[in-house]
Design a protein. Structure first.
Length: 360
């Protein structure tokens, strides 16, 4: 089995590649453009495997994609390459349109051309797995808006799309393209929509690694608005296991939501990080004293929460980590991997806030 992973040097993609090499007998072709968030150092532990190959390719480059398909003849495509940070999409939506929409179209066309030329038995094995986000569904009611005895709704695979940010709109567009290629061309596709990931090797523009590194540096810990925005948190290595299961066992034409069963307010997440640091790397003052509240993100969704019963019932997957166990592992990883952090912060990003407003 040969699996082509796009975006395999990114946060989730590298976890998928490591999982495949460490836990299966499959071969991996990692295709990544190596933008600011792509980091081959996240793959050093498996880079010498004879089942691993790296190709530096932009998914918008049709000729290079054609060469890769012809050279490696993958059985499965796992498409993770994407611009993924909401704040960056507010400041510069153009890259999100190009990579997430045009790039997905370009990859779909090359995958379709490759699939159409396969023999019948290979065609039956082939699958295009598109990895997406719960943010395409938009906003869910917040507990503050509900009666105490009213059940809170969850995102299901049938929830209507209602994206709020340039990022989530571009991912929703890519999901629609994948479904259209399945319906029109019969390309065997499967889509997964996941909740917020966290864990090792996470580029520190996102909430959890940003808070950990700012806390350790003695900087302020900015919380958007009141910090009462709710997210469902999924440990990245649990997600990687789920993705490989869907890619290899999922039914073509289906969508599977992947969640961590961990709804937390942002302020709770930050406070929990501070408590862990107080315990394992104490200082004269509490880390929570560094928390400040800042102007909220434009168009900020208040709550995401996933119903992951379908993947549990149909593919027998559920997360192994609790939020508490996964978060402690994550904090310890950043404490033990200072060199990795220094390397990713040697570029243009310096732990500053992005997405305050649209740039001219």
């Amino acid at each position: 089995m040969k699996i082509l992973v796009t975006g395999g040097a990114g946060f989730i993609g590298s976890a998928v590649v490591r999982h495949i090499i460490n836990n299966t007998s499959y071969s991996v072709i990692n295709l990544d453009k190596l933008t600011y968030a792509g980091n081959l150092k996240s793959l050093e532990s498996i880079a010498d495997s004879g089942r691993y190959t790296f190709e530096q390719v932009d998914i918008c480059d049709a000729l290079e994609l054609k060469r890769v398909f012809e050279q490696y003849k993958p059985n499965i495509v796992m498409h993770l390459a994407a611009e993924s940070h909401v704040d960056r999409s507010i400041d510069g939506p153009g890259e999100f349109i190009k990579t997430n929409i045009v790039g997905t179209y370009t990859l779909l066309e090359q995958a379709r051309h490759h699939w159409s030329q396969l023999e019948a038995d290979e065609k039956a094995l082939f699958k295009f797995h598109h990895i997406s986000t719960d943010e395409v569904y938009g906003d869910l009611p917040h507990p503050d808006e509900q009666q105490a005895d009213e059940p809170l709704p969850l995102f299901t695979e049938e929830t209507a799309y209602n994206p709020s940010s340039p990022y989530s709109a571009s991912k929703a567009s890519s999901d629609h393209l994948v479904r259209a290629w399945a319906r029109t061309y019969n390309l065997p596709t499967v889509i997964t929509n996941c909740s917020n990931n966290y864990g090792p090797y996470h580029f520190p523009e996102k909430l959890i690694p940003l808070v950990i590194l700012n806390a350790l540096a003695g900087k302020s810990l900015p919380i958007y608005g009141k910090g009462n925005q709710i997210r469902d948190w999924l440990y990245v290595e649990d997600h990687a296991e789920a993705l490989v299961k869907v890619a290899t066992e999922g039914v073509a034409g289906q969508t599977y939501n992947i969640g961590g069963h961990n709804e937390k307010q942002n302020i709770e997440v930050v406070q929990q990080i501070c408590l862990i640091l107080d315990e394992i790397k104490p200082k004269p003052t509490k880390y929570s004293e560094q928390i400040i509240f800042v102007e909220d993100r434009p168009g900020h969704d208040m709550r995401y929460a996933i119903d992951a019963s379908k993947i549990k019932n149909e593919l027998d997957w559920q997360p192994k980590e609790t939020f508490e166990s996964g978060l402690k592992k994550t904090v310890l990883w950043y404490l033990e991997n200072e060199q990795w952090c220094n390397n990713v912060l040697s570029g243009e990003y310096k732990l500053e806030r992005l997405g305050v407003g649209v740039k001219d």
